[in-house]
Design a protein around this ligand. Structure first.
Ligand code: ZN
Length: 471
């Protein structure tokens, strides 16, 4: 859930509908559902599989013989173990997410145009100017009512998408009041973070009206970095409790993989995600000193040790491959290009409609809805690209995970469980546009390819070769 908050914060950062959850590197996915899963999936590796209560997937006969695995046939056999009604349900859930992507975008666009056309935005700015002398305080006086209006107008869709729909598909575990309470906390954090970000951005807009897109990118990247850094300390605790995993049978094999990969972890964290959801997940969050790898209680309850080892090895892959820093860099480039384009469109729109909307220019807070409109439109258009950037890093983490855990069947089973909320066997075009993680089919295929390659274990007698210094 913490991800939701980050999502909101960044939403502000880039535009009202951007959901950058830069914190958890892998699977916090509800990819298609958020306007920009792109960033969301990113640092977020919550592998959530939905409430599959041990489906009892067992190795199909065709994959049983390790010596002669036909990867294509084995992949098919794994996919065939999922009952048809289950497959139809998860397909429907995920495909519904495609539409939500569109509805969310249209809603943000409609709210923005409404605030401009009705001149509510201009009146809010007038109010802020009367209320305070200091420019930065004026920005805050504009921002807080703005957030309230947007949150209120988008509440019905939010309620459907994140409450009713999640219950309808059996993923949610919260009744309305606890859910609503968390929404309020998230909204409070959004207001605080969003207002700080807007004050910083508008300072840049005022000082450098021509080159704001360069310095503004810097502000957003620093903001994202700070959010990711403090998330485990100051955001996640509002929603979930992280405690040290004490079951040695699970913990020790995970720590062994960490040691083998130079990860300085002395404990594994367990998060009580079952408070909100039935999905299986794990995540890496934080950056620099705050990085931690955690698995959720649903994963512990629903998965076997091989599956858990594979999922955790995947999360370690994000850490070892330095995905947080890489994604932050990629997004920085996206933001820079987006801001450069925004500058052109913003100025053109103000030239044409500025008088009607009573928006004076980029440094005028009354223009915020226009800024949000342009940024969310750009974001909507590049969704497939952002998804692909994230999906590629997820694939890297998968490759790292399979090589570290050496659990091809565990990987296949985990992929099937994640398939409860992500379409298992999409068309290539679908995967390109909507998937910020590889599909179940792609993951199982990778696992079976790995299995078929039959790599040697690398255990040779220590005395067989000369020590390095004698060579
Ligand atoms: Zn991941």
């Amino acid at each position: 859930m913490a991800v939701l908050v980050t999502k909101h914060l960044i939403t502000l950062a880039l535009a009202a509908s951007i959901s950058v959850a830069l914190m958890e590197i892998s699977a916090q996915e509800t990819p298609a559902q958020t306007a920009s899963p792109a960033i969301a999936g990113t640092l977020s590796s919550l592998e959530r599989a939905a409430g599959v209560t041990d489906p009892g997937y067992s190795s199909p006969a065709v994959v049983a013989d390790t010596k002669s695995v036909d990867p294509a046939a084995a992949t098919k056999a794994w996919l065939a173990t999922v009952p048809r009604d289950q497959r139809e349900k998860s397909d429907a859930y995920f495909e519904g997410g495609y539409w939500l992507l569109l509805w969310n975008f249209l809603l943000v666009a409609a709210i923005s145009i409404f605030l401009l056309e009705s001149r509510i935005s201009a009146r809010l700015r007038d109010f802020a100017e009367r209320a305070a002398k200091l420019r930065s305080i004026q920005v805050a006086c504009y921002a807080i009512p703005y957030f309230l209006i947007v949150a209120t107008l988008s509440f019905p869709l939010n309620l459907y998408e994140h409450f009713f729909r999640e219950h309808q598909y059996g993923f949610a575990t919260q009744s309305f009041l606890p859910w609503f309470h968390e929404q309020l906390i998230g909204f409070g954090l959004t207001i605080i973070g969003g207002t700080i970000l807007l004050i910083a951005l508008y300072t840049v807009f005022r000082r450098t009206p021509r080159t704001w897109w360069i310095w503004g990118t810097g502000v957003v990247v620093i903001f994202l970095f700070v959010v990711v850094f403090i998330a485990p300390l100051f955001i996640e605790p509002f929603f979930n409790t992280y405690k040290s995993l004490t079951n040695a049978e699970i913990r020790d094999p995970i720590l062994a993989m960490a040691r083998a990969n130079q990860i300085p972890a002395k404990q594994v964290f367990e998060v009580d995600a079952s408070r909100q959801t039935t999905r299986v997940s794990a995540n890496v969050s934080g950056v620099l000193g705050t990085t931690r790898i955690a698995l959720n209680d649903n994963l512990l309850k629903q998965c076997t040790l091989p599956e858990i080892r594979m999922v955790m090895a995947h999360e370690m892959g994000h850490y070892v491959l330095n995905h947080a820093a890489k994604l932050l860099t990629y997004f920085g480039i996206f933001i820079l290009i987006g801001f450069a384009l925004t500058r052109v469109f913003f100025d053109a729109a103000v030239k044409r409609w500025g008088i009607r909307w009573r928006v004076r220019g980029i440094a005028d807070p009354a223009g915020l809805p226009l800024l949000v409109l342009i940024l969310s439109t750009l974001l909507f258009i590049v969704t497939p690209l952002l998804n692909t950037v994230v999906r590629v890093t997820e694939r890297e983490a998968d490759a790292f995970g399979i090589n570290t855990s050496r659990e091809p069947d565990g990987m296949a089973k985990a992929a099937l469980k994640l398939g409860a909320y992500r379409k298992l066997d999409p068309t290539p075009l679908e995967e390109f546009i909507f998937f910020d993680h590889p599909s179940g089919r792609a993951r199982i295929r990778m696992a079976m390819d790995w299995k078929a390659a039959n790599l040697p274990t690398g255990e040779s007698p220590a005395t067989e070769t000369m020590p390095p210094d004698r060579r």
